[in-house]
Structures are given as C-alpha cells and as structure tokens.
Design a protein around this ligand. Structure first.
Ligand code: 6CS
Ligand code: FE
Length: 300
C-alpha cells in the first residue's frame, strides 16, 4: 500500500510512467536561523543557495585515525560478514557499505551526538532530529564503484515514505578526497528542483539498488538540463573534512580505479517533524536499517 491509497496528496510524485516534468521545490532548504546553532549567517546562506557546505577539519587528524581504525575493524569483523546491513561490491565482493553503523559501533553512536554535528543538523532542519540512515562507505581503491546521478530524497520519498525534503546528510571523509578517487560531485542549487523518475519500484528493490541504482535515477535529459543550469562542484579535501548536503541535491560519484580509497562516514538527519509515513511509490517500506522508523530525537 502506498500513501496514494490513503488519498494523501503527493507534492513530489515520482516513479511515474511517460514524460516527466521537473517540479519546483515548495519547501525551504534551510529551516533554522543563525541564532539556532553554530553555523554563521554566511555559511547558512551559502547552504541555502547551493544546497551544501563544507566544514574543513570537522575531525582532528587523531580522530580521523580513530574512526579509520573503527572502519577497518568493522570491515574485518567476521560476525558482520553475513549481516544484511553489510553491502558488498557487485564485482569484487569487497565490503562497500555498512548500514545502521550508529547502532553497530559505539564510537559512531557517540559521534552522532557530538555537538559539532548534532547542533549543526538541528540548526539546518530547524527542529529536533533523528537518524534516518547511517552508513560507512569504503569506496576501496582499484575497484570502488561509484553512485550514478540521483537525489537521495527521491528514493527516501518513494521507498521510505519521507514526506518532505527536510533532511540533511553529513559525509565525513576518513581518507583524502581527490578529484580522481571518486570524489562526490554535486550540482549546486539543484536541490530546489525535484526531478521525478520513470519506472515502477521493483519488489525488494533495495537488495540491488544499494549496489547499483537503476530505477530512481533521473533521465539524461533532466541531468543535462540541471548541469547546464547549475554546473558541477566536486567535494575534495583532506580526511576529517565534512560535506553537509541537502537531501534533494543532485549528486553522484565516479568509480575509483586509483590505489587511494575514498572512505567516509555518512549520517542522514531527518527532522522529527518529517517522520516517515507509508512509501509514496513502493509496495512496502524498506527495512529499518536503511530507513529508520524510530523517530526519537537524538539527545546527548
Ligand atoms: O538508497 C539510499 O538510501 C542510499 N543510496 C544512495 C545512492 N545515496 C543515499 C543513500 O545512502
Ligand atoms: Fe546518495
């Protein structure tokens, strides 16, 4: 059953058939104000305009080392190998991502409460927040497969039942991000346009989409239009930097054929005022390790 069966109006219709029309976003990008947290007015304005901002040195080199060692520990934990929260690379079988990592790792459970992170998320979303999704991405060297262009919100709306794009992601680099090792590319300002995708959501689609997404990706025509209008920025920077980006910004990354891994901790904060409902375009919600349905606000 989708939300449509309940007769609730869907502002961001997607997974449609036939031609699509881009939809102007009716929601803000930034919901809070300068007075609500650590982000200064200029940075808040930049995030509002571009849909992202970068915090250099969010983690100190010593902290990076600590979390890097945690990632290595997790990826070599034999008990985790069979866990459905561990996603492997389609070709190499190497660990690609580990979901719900804030519940698996004590260290990362503390990180989501760190004021440098939690207070920023609350300010951008203008409310109490909870973790919609957490994952560590390994993007190993030589064989790390990238992620084709997409809007996270399109998937979270269609498959998890997220009503509005009132969520923000924080990708913390644990290895140096170069232009050549699969650094995330974003289209600045594209968060103000919702691009519906063509194609019905297959049953249990997450089992393949987290390895390689085919449904829920915009057409080349729409991507070309967005790139022409907004250009493409790339997130590069030393380990410890963090990219904060809007749930609906168009983004993607290339394959990593270099010897240098591009590993990160990826935290998605959703507003408690934007709690998930029934999926807007899928038969049933994805498992809670991908789209949490515990809306309890994060507190220190
Ligand atoms: O489907 C998802 O929820 C995940 N997929 C991608 C490519 N980005 C967002 C999220 O981690
Ligand atoms: Fe994404």
């Amino acid at each position: 059953m989708t939300i449509m069966d309940a007769g609730i109006e869907d502002v961001y219709k997607t997974r449609v058939t036939g031609d699509v029309q881009a939809i102007d976003r009716v929601d803000p990008t930034v919901w809070g104000t300068e007075a609500d947290g650590p982000v200064d007015a200029a940075t808040l304005a930049a995030h509002d305009a571009k849909g992202y901002h970068i915090v250099e040195g969010l983690l100190s080199p010593a902290e990076v080392q600590t979390y890097w060692q945690e990632l290595v520990r997790l990826s070599s934990d034999e008990t985790l190998k069979a866990d459905e929260r561990v996603i492997t690379e389609k070709k190499s079988g190497e660990v690609r991502s580990i979901f719900e990592v804030h519940k698996i790792s004590e260290l990362i459970s503390e990180l989501i409460r760190d004021p440098r992170i939690l207070d920023r998320a609350k300010q951008i979303l203008g409310s109490e927040v909870y973790i919609h999704q957490s994952r560590v991405n390994y993007m190993p060297g030589f064989k790390g497969a990238g992620f084709y262009w997409h809007s996270d919100f399109e998937t979270w709306h269609a498959e998890d039942g997220m009503p509005r794009p009132r969520a923000v992601s924080c990708s913390i680099a644990l290895t140096d991000n170069y232009p050549f090792n699969g650094g995330l590319m974003v289209m600045p300002g594209s968060q103000r346009t919702f691009v519906p995708c063509v194609g019905e959501t297959p049953e249990d689609y997450y089992k393949s989409s987290l390895k390689e997404q085919e449904i829920g990706v915009p057409s080349e025509h729409e991507i070309t239009k967005l790139a022409a209008e907004h250009g493409i920025d790339q997130f590069t920077g030393p380990a410890g930097s963090a990219l904060w980006f809007d749930s609906n910004i168009m983004h993607g990354s290339g394959n990593n054929i270099t010897p240098y891994p591009r590993s990160n901790i990826f935290l998605v904060f959703n507003s408690v005022e934007n709690a998930l409902v029934a999926p807007y375009a899928a038969a049933k919600p994805r498992p809670t390790f991908i789209g949490s349905r515990d809306f309890t606000p994060i507190t220190r």
